[in-house]
Write a protein of this length. Structure first.
Length: 459
């Protein structure tokens, strides 16, 4: 069962563990971040590092696709895209030229939980402060020009059409819709052709006015600044926003009960099979045992059980995997495989059988030892740049985790036992409760035909 690849990962992890241990000899916090609140209620997290004369800043709003208006999925994504298309006083070219003039980088994007606007700049005053003021202008007073809106709306729909040419993207969207049916998590972040077409110019403005406010914002700053400079930077980035209100908590994710299969016709040589089971929210106490267990079952690439059983032993697929999908209001556990069309049913049975065996027997001692070493060894890579640190601090805030989360990460991973993994999976994942999505040819839609599309999904 244990492949050469798995042992190679273990040896690499041991080397990483040695490196990490040497960096944690000091009884200091791993990320000694300072926190405060701006005048309009935004939370600020600041981590000073003088490795390079640069600063990375990330402004997060609780304004992801889960906040899209009903029937208008894609609003968060469209709003984020339009931020870079000009402010009330400058057009898109002037904005782009302004950042280029000082060598700064800016980007904005929405995901399921948040919208993030990112800035990277050198810390020299003549370059940092013009870039920060420009970013603050973009965030607080976007133009939302009607012409720009129509163009970006069309581009977003073209991107959706592009996704429909990928079996994996189609499966991902279909699984999310089925696994979170009726919940705000259920629609694709970019929306569907129908939902994006339903977004009006006024919807984007209303979305911005409602959610781009101080109390709904978090500012993460990492770089070669002192506290006074960081305070000025935070105020420059979000100080012109109205105070507003924090977004209301999302409803809990409903449990999957029983089995349901969704078949999506798609012309391809292989079928894409994805299965969603009940999972946990990110802040759940069982997250770490579930995380370690998933790494063994299907989350570690060629070293995983699924790869060993379905690819190496049976040759059913080049790739098979599992992952946790933990969110603020709940989560799912997902397994997937791409396999030959006539083997899809057999592959599904084997995946489920492997899950049942894992829940019944738990991981083996050698698997646990290799996985703990691999996770601990890879830990420094999660904090090896300003950008990575900014992302990690932002995630801690989004999911309500303590700022000292990483201080004991190594010890907590090393303390996870196989019995805890088995109990966590048995407690939260029932193989009988699942959503199965199969994307591939059917008799009505063979592989040599092109798929029809309706409302952004394959028909």
């Amino acid at each position: 069962m244990f492949t050469d690849a798995r042992h190679a990962l273990g040896r690499f992890a041991v080397a990483g563990l040695i490196l990490l241990a040497s960096s944690l000899v000091r009884a200091e916090p791993v990320l000694p971040a300072e926190t405060w609140t701006t005048g309009n209620g935004a939370q600020v997290l600041f981590y000073a590092t003088d490795a390079l004369p640069m600063v990375d800043a990330r402004v997060l709003f609780d304004a992801g696709s889960a906040r899209d208006p009903d029937g208008k999925g894609g609003t968060a994504a469209l709003t984020a895209t339009l931020l870079e298309e000009g402010s009330e006083s400058r057009d898109a070219k002037a904005i782009a030229d302004g950042f280029a003039r000082v060598g700064a980088e800016i980007s904005a994007s929405a995901n399921l939980e948040t919208t993030a606007i990112r800035l990277r700049s050198l810390t020299q005053p003549d370059w940092l402060w013009p870039a920060a003021e420009l970013m603050g202008e973009v965030i607080a007073t976007p133009a939302f020009d009607e012409k720009d809106f129509r163009r970006e709306q069309d581009l977003q729909q073209r991107a959706i059409e592009g996704r429909q040419q990928s079996a994996r993207a189609v499966a991902s969207d279909a699984l999310r819709e089925a696994a979170f049916e009726g919940h705000p998590y259920g629609h694709p972040t970019v929306g569907t052709l129908e939902s994006v077409g339903a977004i009006g110019h006024s919807d984007v403005r209303a979305f911005h006015e409602r959610l781009y406010v101080g109390r709904n914002a978090t500012v993460v700053i990492v770089g070669a600044l002192d506290r006074a400079q960081a305070e000025r930077l935070a105020e420059t980035l979000v100080g012109d926003l109205p105070t507003g209100h924090t977004a209301d908590p999302l409803a809990p994710v409903p449990a999957i009960e029983g089995e349901r299969t969704v078949r999506v016709p798609f012309p391809s040589e292989q079928s894409t099979v994805a299965v969603a089971y009940n999972g946990i929210p990110r802040k759940h106490e069982d997250y770490l045992p579930m995380y370690v267990g998933n790494h063994i079952l299907g989350g570690s690439g060629f070293a995983s059980r699924l790869m060993s059983e379905l690819r190496e032993k049976r040759g059913l697929a080049y790739s098979t995997y599992s992952y946790l999908f933990p969110l603020r209001a709940g989560g799912r556990f997902v397994m997937g495989i791409q396999t030959r069309n006539d083997q899809a049913g057999h592959a599904l049975e084997l995946m489920n059988a492997e899950l049942e065996r894992f829940i019944d027997d738990g991981p083996e001692a050698e698997e646990m030892a290799d996985t703990r070493a691999n996770l601990v060894g890879g830990f420094p890579l999660r904090l090896d740049s300003n950008r990575e640190i900014t992302q990690q601090l932002g995630s801690l805030n989004v999911y309500g985790l303590p700022l000292d989360y990483f201080d004991t990460y190594v010890e907590r991973v090393e303390a996870v036992e196989g019995t805890a993994v088995r109990r966590a999976f048995a407690r939260h994942v029932d193989p009988a409760d699942r959503i199965v999505v199969i994307v591939g040819p059917t008799e009505e839609n063979p592989a040599d035909q092109q798929p029809e599309t309706t409302n952004g999904t394959s028909k």
